[in-house]
Design a protein around this ligand. Structure first.
Ligand SMILES: Nc1nc2c(ncn2[C@@H]2O[C@H](COP(=O)(O)OP(=O)(O)OP(=O)(O)O)[C@@H](O)[C@H]2O)c(=O)[nH]1
Length: 333
């Protein structure tokens, strides 16, 4: 192939719908030649499983956040893909889509691709697509610097969850987005096609360090770190008890639970069930076709702001034990 391979960066705050959008895009024939790099924040990587296309051109970048620790890993992954393509060791790809973590500042990834001495002769930035959650974004724009910088970097803003937000709120959000990034196109998720996703936007400008706020400005909550932890549960989980526990957790602490996602091994269910919580919003569970790694166990990832991991785990374990006792009593009766 001639010229550097285009790289499309998909970003957006935690739970804003990146994987959902990417899955839909990858089903389009226009994306058939795309290699995919997925970067996840959290100890258990699930997104590459949820994409449901697992071959050598889907690569999980494991360690932390794309903006800092993973820069080297990103460069290495892109270079490895390039050499493996040259040797015919992976299916041919003619573009790359990178899904960043929901906590990533996208500018360092763009600058890695633009400035890395070797990378820049093999790859070029083709565009940045940012998903914006119409339910949660209004609160995040006041408090999370990452959300603002993701919007600032976008060539295309894809509004997700407009089906769950009142139209007036969506209109207000569009006006706020235009104030942060007037040059980006704005589409709702159902409107966005693979053609939009792949539209060449030219090189995204270098980090507009002065145009966007810094940690110390406004109400941005950078002092308390956002942290993640995970739970693994071997025993099948009771769905009613789990649903009740999650609803209580998010009712009480939703503002500081940026993300809960995972796969549940439910009592009386053969297939795994994917669950997603985003702040106070709990999405409908979805059955998956197969168990990742063939291992039948529940795995949950939590991304929280200033909450005690051990207390959340203890409350889950207590609730789980209680619902098990109730189920056992019910089955004896
Ligand atoms: N109702 C509705 N739900 C959506 C929409 N887009 C995404 N979701 C749901 O939102 C939840 C989170 O979506 P993901 O695609 O996993 O979000 P993400 O940005 O990849 O999440 P992280 O990788 O954790 O940052 C899932 O339950 C999706 O089904 C939408 O437009 N409408």
């Amino acid at each position: 192939m001639s010229g550097p391979t285009p790289v499309h960066l998909l970003t957006g705050f935690l739970g804003s719908g990146k994987t959902t959008l990417l899955r839909r895009m990858l089903a389009d024939p226009a994306m058939a030649g795309a290699a995919v790099l997925v970067n996840e924040f959290g100890e258990i990587g699930l997104d590459h499983e949820l994409l449901e296309r697992v071959d050598d051109t889907v690569v999980l970048l494991k360690s932390g956040c794309l903006c800092c620790t993973v820069r080297g890993e990103l460069a290495e992954a892109l270079l490895t893909l390039h050499s493996r393509r040259a040797r015919g060791e992976v299916p041919f790809f003619d573009r790359v889509a990178i899904e960043t973590t929901g906590m990533a500042d996208p500018y360092p990834a763009l600058s890695t691709i633009r400035s890395h001495p070797v990378l820049r002769s093999h790859y070029r930035n083709a565009g940045v697509v940012t998903t914006v959650d119409a339910v949660n974004a209004p609160g995040l724009l006041d408090t999370r610097l990452e959300a603002l910088r993701q919007i600032g970097a976008a060539d295309l803003l894809v509004l997700t969850k407009t089906d769950l937000a009142p139209p007036g709120r969506v209109a207000d959000l569009v006006a706020r987005l235009a104030a942060v990034n007037p040059s980006a196109r704005v589409l709702t998720a159902p409107e966005a096609t693979a053609e939009d996703f792949l539209a060449e936007a030219g090189d995204t400008p270098a980090a507009p360090a002065d145009a966007l706020p810094h940690h110390r400005d406004g109400n941005f909550r950078a002092e308390t770190p956002v942290t993640s932890f995970s739970l693994e549960i071997e025993e099948p989980v009771d769905w009613t008890g789990f649903g009740l526990w999650l609803t209580m957790l998010l009712d009480r602490h939703g503002e500081n639970v940026f993300r809960v996602k995972g796969i549940l091994n439910l009592q009386d269910e053969e297939r795994p069930v994917a669950v997603h919580g985003v702040q106070r919003l709990v999405h409908s569970p979805v059955h998956l076709e197969r168990w990742p790694d063939g291992r039948r166990a529940s795995r949950l990832v939590f991304i929280v702001h200033g909450l005690d991991h051990a207390r959340i785990e203890a409350s889950f374990r207590a609730f789980d034990a209680m619902s098990r006792r109730v189920t056992a009593r019910g089955s004896v009766a």
